[in-house]
Design a protein around this ligand. Sequence first.
Ligand code: AMP
Ligand code: GLY
Length: 432
Amino acid sequence: MNVLVIGSGGREHALVWKLRQSPTVNALYCAPGNAGIGETAELVSLKPTDLDGLLRFAKENNIDLTIVGPEQPLVLGIVDMFRKNGLKIFGPSKAAAALEGSKVFAKDFMARHGIPTARFRSFSKEEQFEAERFIHELAPPIVVKADGLAAGKGVLICNTKESAIEALHDLMVKKMFGSAGEKVVIEEYLVGEEASVFAITDGEKFVTLASAQDHKRILDNDQGKNTGGMGAYAPASVVDEKLMKRIVREVITPTLKGMMNDGVPYQGCLYCGLMITETGPKVIEYNCRLGDPEAQVVIPLIDGDLAQLLLSAAEGKLNPDIAKQHPASAVCVVMASRGYPDDYETGKEIRGLDTFKPDDGVVIFHAGTRSEGKKVLTSGGRVLGVTAIGYDNDLRDAIQSAYRAVSKIAFDGAYYRSDIGKKGLSKLQNIK
Ligand code: AMP
Ligand code: GLY
């Protein structure tokens, strides 16, 4: 079959890398892709938000399956548009993608269906006074969230009631995130360890992939600013088999049933961002796609044909037997540009990429790169996802081999965290 992947980050490189291993994939395209993706798939110069252009391309090139990486095209309704035109596409409809696109929708949904989450209330811009009154009812820290997509920046964790009221003002009056802040969710702060769980679903049946832990802050020991994610490892040590069963029972099953019963069946990848609290798992947020960088560690652990798995989900007849899990660990260390997550420099030459052999358990997923002649240059904040897979299931080995690989790569201003996966190791030591 002919496959089109939409997106240009490390997540999409991981998808393309795995899809290329599928014996049933013929032509493989990626729009717009990056330098690394261009070595495996044919790049198509179309933006993920150019829905008309993407539809035209898919029709003209007889695409049998389109796989959507990022959230924007999903929230804009690319799935509805492709389906209306008789094309198969992996991802949720516009209405179902509201689980990520609107935090008010997601929280109201969870409350209605008894899915564990932080205590909250939502407010429209006419209800600023009521919102302030609710802030006074909560004990700090208090979490104030913009309703809409805000590039991962719309969550404000406030240590005092005064700063929560200020945050509310920033969102509703100063419109710091434009229309995304017209409605807000105010909620209690959850204490625990975070983990992400992914389900591939046809709306009814589903399979879970390996659990993962992202590292969102820019500095070691989870300090500094929030980023898109500075690294990840899988499986997350905090999610043992018993907890995974509980997450399936208390979160994934009721979410998919709830969406079905509400008349918005959810098809695609359901990403559950969880806080593992003392009283059990609670949903921090849903995303309507795979995580980035979580995809870079979760996809290599799939033992099976990814193209067939996603096709079966998109056709509404998921075959869960296609995807087993390798009993392995994977670690992805993100190499970023100096300055990220604020302004950063680009156009720096990356050296050392050719020192890796395809079978040494290390894959360099490109995130923000472009090629210029024979050179590969940086072109984004997150540049590379250096990923190691420990097939003997040893997280420590995978961490070591990821950092060994990082040390062989260089570009001016390269920055990375030095503690990716460490949390997982300390958890394992506690268990032993
Ligand atoms: P989000 O953009 O919804 O992923 O939130 C960004 C980050 O804020 C999450 O990964 C959590 O670390 C943190 N966060 C969001 N909501 C809460 C909460 N209710 N309690 C504690 N931390 C939270
Ligand atoms: N790594 C977090 C996300 O993909 O939303």
